[in-house]
Design a protein around this ligand. Structure first.
Ligand SMILES: Nc1ncnc2c1ncn2[C@@H]1O[C@H](COP(=O)(O)OP(=O)(O)O)[C@@H](O)[C@H]1O
Ligand SMILES: [Mg+2]
Length: 368
């Protein structure tokens, strides 16, 4: 019995020893596991922070094209949350029909040929520049990552610059054409009256009026393209109004429009030519757009001179555009008239007031 008990005790101790060793190993393993887990967590957080801080959109997908990562910038561009797009197919989120149901390989292939896409995010057009690469796990394909940036603003600026460049070129061209027309036109203006032998007065008058109109267009174009200096002089409102009327005389005479005027008499100081081109351009538009009546009123208001031109025409519904150079709704318009008015009023340090009602008419007031 003693012998048996001894053997049992030895065996028990052996088991106890082994179990102690096992316990120790387990504790060691646990510690190692904890360290590894900690390291893994730190790595995960590090990666997450990189993805969060990066200024590009990053979207990773699994082998079948389903989204696994959608970083903060990507969410910003798409105005969404990662939770909302995770697990959805990239084709659906990027709204690219050809990509729906496609694998990571095919997605990468697609973005190799299409490095720029346009999409609409909550009604706003966005332009993205993208690149995509396959992700490998020990030589085996394991999804793909798509990196993109929002280039909408850059593209818009580029477009605007191109537009400006085009405008500058057209402006230079217009100026040189206007310049070339000016000289022969001056000769014609001198020679035409000589044709009148007493019987052709009406024809000659008509030609002279047309020449006046061409001259106006040429002067406007030149005024628009060159920098003008402010040259003030003293003059009477009455004389000035007469000069203005003379400039549009042909237009009044050739139409059925009733032209009413009320001119207060006073002296004023301003750049007469600049002011004239502003008032004439507004008046010419009024005569073009009026149905039956145009009125031209000149009066004083708070020590300023007001030139008020009203018509009973169609009214203006694109007020924000009409001052842009080359913007016109007329078949033969230059679209320079109001651009010149705006520039002239600015140089004159004046104000431009507009009241317009669709179908009823328009009133412009130049206040200097
Ligand atoms: N009195 C007005 N009534 C209606 N529309 C007007 C009037 N004045 C200007 N507009 C609009 O503004 C546009 C630009 O005018 P403007 O710069 O003078 O160029 P243009 O006379 O060559 O068309 C016109 O084509 C027209 O559509
Ligand atoms: Mg005009």
């Amino acid at each position: 019995m003693d012998e048996k008990f001894k053997t049992l005790q030895v065996m028990f101790e052996a088991v106890l020893n082994t179990s102690r060793k096992l316990e120790k190993s387990y504790a060691q393993l646990k510690r190692k596991f904890e360290v590894l887990e900690d390291k893994l967590e730190r790595n995960r957080r590090y990666l997450e922070n990189i993805l969060k801080s990066i200024d590009s959109g990053v979207c990773s997908i699994d082998k079948n094209g389903f989204i696994t990562v959608f970083n903060r910038k990507a969410c910003l561009v798409f105005a969404t949350k990662e939770g909302k797009v995770k697990g959805k197919h990239i084709g659906e989120i990027f709204a690219i029909e050809e990509l729906v149901e496609k694998s990571a390989c095919e997605v990468v292939e697609y973005f190799r040929s299409e490095s720029r896409i346009e999409l609409s995010v909550r009604g706003d057009k966005k332009i993205l520049s993208l690149s995509a690469s396959l992700i490998f796990d020990e030589d085996k394909e394991d999804g793909a990552v798509v990196v993109f940036s929002d280039i909408t603003q850059v593209e818009r600026l580029k477009e605007e610059n191109e537009k400006k460049e085009k405008l500058a070129i057209i402006g230079q061209m217009a100026a040189s054409i206007a310049h070339d027309i000016k000289n022969p036109l001056a000769s014609i203006e001198l020679l035409v009256p000589l044709l009148d032998d007493g019987s052709k007065k009406e024809i000659v008058d008509n030609i002279m009026m047309s020449i006046k109109r061409i001259n106006n267009i040429v002067n406007n174009t030149l005024l628009f393209t060159k920098t003008v200096n402010y040259v003030p002089e003293k003059f009477s409102s009455l004389d000035f109004a007469k000069e203005v009327e003379f400039e549009v005389y042909a237009q009044i005479k050739n139409s059925e429009i009733e032209f009413e005027k009320h001119i207060e008499e006073f002296d004023m100081v301003s750049d007469r030519n600049l002011l004239k081109s502003a008032v004439v351009n507004v008046l010419a538009n009024a005569l073009d757009f009026a149905k039956n009546r145009v009125s031209f009123n000149v009066f004083r208001r708070d020590k300023k001179a007001v030139f008020e031109i009203s018509d009973d025409g169609c009214g203006i519904d694109d007020v924000d555009k009409i001052f842009e150079p080359f913007y016109t709704n007329k078949k033969n318009g230059t679209g320079l008239g109001l651009a010149i008015v705006k520039q002239a009023v600015e140089i004159l340090d004046g104000n431009l007031e507009i009241e317009t009602e669709k179908g009823k008419g328009t009133t412009f007031r130049i206040v200097v």
